[in-house]
Design a protein around this ligand. Structure first.
Ligand code: SF4
Length: 98
């Protein structure tokens, strides 16, 4: 019973921002890519995904979400995996310096 009560009090993640996502209805492959994808196809695909992200009204919420979780794959908030890893490190350095 206490276990149930504790779970009920846990904060729930907010997914409301996804309702306004510019990528709603887009092909997921545009954001996550097919298995075995190589260059230059990957770069071309990511550029197209990032163009969608640039016009997205919830870009910062999406990026915050992806950077704060171990989202290893895909384009989130206009950044690919490597760019998000850099952003995550940058935010950690900033938080540690504060
Ligand atoms: S920023 Fe990009 S990936 Fe994130 S919700 Fe918007 S369109 Fe989708």
């Amino acid at each position: 019973m206490a276990q149930v009560r504790r779970q009920a009090n846990l904060p729930r993640p907010s997914w409301g921002w996804q309702d306004a996502a510019a990528c709603r209805g887009e092909d997921l492959v545009l954001f996550f890519g097919p298995d075995g994808e190589r260059q230059p196809e990957r770069e071309i695909r990511e550029r197209k995904a990032k163009q969608v992200c640039m016009g997205c009204p919830v870009r910062s919420e999406c990026l915050d979400y992806a950077v704060s979780r171990p989202e290893k794959y895909g384009t989130w908030g206009g950044l690919n995996e490597d760019e998000r890893a850099s952003e995550r490190r940058r935010r950690m350095r900033r938080a540690n310096a504060a």
